[in-house]
Design a protein around this ligand. Structure first.
Ligand code: HEC
Length: 479
């Protein structure tokens, strides 16, 4: 004991630790320390804890990952299957990314609802917006490093948006891709951004952000009828702290440590249960993926693109993100004084609630994605076809292999991009069906050059068999 104390003392004198412990005990508003309202204040710290978790897991991954098109995919399989606990590490990095996106969104929503961006904390907000953008950029660049079909095509699609930006679009897309298309240069560029440039920026901006939080103090919970006036705010805040302040350490830190530990435990648990994310299909530039599946935290945007009315693509892809960015930047300038209480700011509450509901609903839709062909659909099992050879069986095979089943479902098997074809033979006479298949219709491609007459007849026989086939059989076996 005496020795430990002596060692502590040695460091304390040389590092000035007494000053640090002193500073840790600085007074904060009692709401941040209380067990009732203190939980509102934990999201920022939790985001930072997860960021550090990402740095650690990411750094270990980078010791084995090979950022080259020839090896990236294989090296991920190697980490998944060969490296001790590599699968867990990859899972934790993925669920960590998910957690960071969720937590920084919650933190932003809380700060917005309590109007903590008002005087004198405008720069807290602006550095926070930069951190939000960088977090999303990290999530986005991470997808490409997986170097599977989904990652590559998501980036390819996203650069098409960049290409729509007026005047500088082409150059912008070129800069993102490091060339004219997704290639090894793109991978190098994304790797450098993801493991070096953006993390350094995030570290630096977190430094400023945390300094500002310390300098201005944690914002008190807003009271209706106590508007912020830049002339009096500071003295009132100081007086409040002097009268009611509680020490940051340990009153706030206890909750921060509990939540930080809890979040990391949840990330590890999810990784343990669900394992690593991908890599999915290996990249194959000859396969044009019509449905790149971005990671779940971008699915809401993917749904938005799918549901947008025709003709406003430029707005959704280019101007809406720019406008949202501009609003976030201008907010603390146009509204840096006045009421902070959400009770007196119904618009702020409305915007937050509507945005939250929209994000959840769109994410749900984006995860189901009924508007894109489902390439992973299973062929119909023989007992559903009701045959193991002959034209009906052949037709069922062609229905799957020719891609019909990616868009159409039959008896519950297949995609929902086009209409369900279970009862199509009852709805249309054979020549009508033939016409639609051969000529295509609306969003369905024509098949006249792809199918032979025999193949067409087999598909028709299959479609015709469904209304009468398995159902009848099921009935006869039941009888
Ligand atoms: C890219 C997706 C896609 C593929 C692949 C596709 N279809 Fe379609 N199909 C559609 C869509 C969408 C419609 C509805 C078009 C409309 O009426 O607006 C449709 C309509 C049809 C119809 C008319 C059904 C009705 O209820 O109106 C038939 C029959 C049909 N498809 C058969 C096939 C067959 C057989 C194949 C394979 C050889 C096939 N389709 C491949 C998307 C697809």
């Amino acid at each position: 004991m005496g020795l430990l104390r002596a060692i502590w003392h040695w460091f304390e004198v040389r590092l000035g630790l007494d000053k640090v412990t002193e500073a840790l005990k600085h007074p904060v508003p009692p709401e941040a320390a209380s067990y009732k309202t203190g939980w509102l204040y934990v999201f920022g710290n939790a985001t930072m804890v997860v960021f550090l978790h990402q740095v650690v897991t990411g750094a270990i991954l980078a010791t084995t990952y090979i950022p080259s098109p020839a090896n990236a995919y294989e090296s991920l399989l190697f980490i998944n299957n060969e490296v001790t606990l590599g699968w867990l590490l990859r899972g934790m990095h993925f669920y960590g990314a998910s957690a960071m996106v969720v937590l920084i969104s919650l933190h932003t929503a809380r700060v917005f609802l309590t109007a903590s961006y008002k005087f004198p904390r405008e720069l807290n907000w602006l550095t926070g917006v930069a951190l939000l953008v960088l977090t999303l950029a990290m999530a986005f660049t991470g997808q490409l490093l997986r170097w599977d079909q989904d990652g590559i095509w998501t980036v390819a699609v996203a650069t098409q948006f960049a290409g729509r930006v007026p005047l500088i679009g082409a150059e912008f897309a070129q800069v993102i891709l490091a060339g004219g298309s997704v290639s090894g240069s793109t991978l190098s560029r994304f790797f450098a951004l993801h493991v070096l440039i953006m993390p350094l920026l995030i570290f630096a901006i977190i430094g400023v952000h945390v300094y500002l939080v310390l300098y201005h103090g944690i914002s008190e919970l807003p009271q209706s009828g106590q508007p912020v006036d830049p002339k009096t705010y500071r003295s009132r805040y100081q007086a409040y702290l002097e009268r009611h302040g509680r020490p940051y350490w340990p009153d706030v830190t206890s909750k921060e440590i509990a939540v930080g530990t809890g979040v990391i435990a949840i990330i590890a648990l999810l990784a343990f249960i669900f394992g690593p994310k991908g890599p999915g299909e290996p990249p194959d530039p000859t396969v044009l993926v019509a449905d790149p599946q971005p990671d779940w935290f971008f699915r809401w945007y993917y749904a938005l693109l799918a549901y947008q009315p025709r003709g406003i693509e430029n707005f959704v892809m280019v101007y809406a993100p720019l406008i949202i960015g501009l609003v976030l930047i201008l907010l603390p300038f146009v509204a840096n004084r006045g009421e902070r209480s959400p009770l007196r700011r119904p618009w702020a509450v409305g915007i937050t609630v509507v945005t939250g509901i929209m994000l959840v609903v769109l994410t749900g839709a984006g995860l189901k994605a009924p508007w894109v062909p489902e390439f992973a659909t299973e062929p119909l099992p023989p007992e559903v076809i009701g045959a193991t050879s002959g034209p009906i069986y052949e037709g069922a095979q062609l229905f799957h292999s020719e891609g019909c089943q990616a868009c159409h479902s039959v008896l519950g098997y297949g995609g929902s991009y086009g209409p369900d074809l279970t009862d199509v033979a009852q709805r249309f006479p054979p020549h009508e069906i033939t016409l639609r298949i051969m000529n295509g219709i609306a969003d369905m491609p024509p098949y006249r050059d792809t199918l032979t007459l025999d193949e067409l007849n087999a598909i028709l026989a299959f479609l015709h068999s469904i209304e009468a086939g398995p159902d009848d059989e099921a009935r006869s076996t039941r009888d």
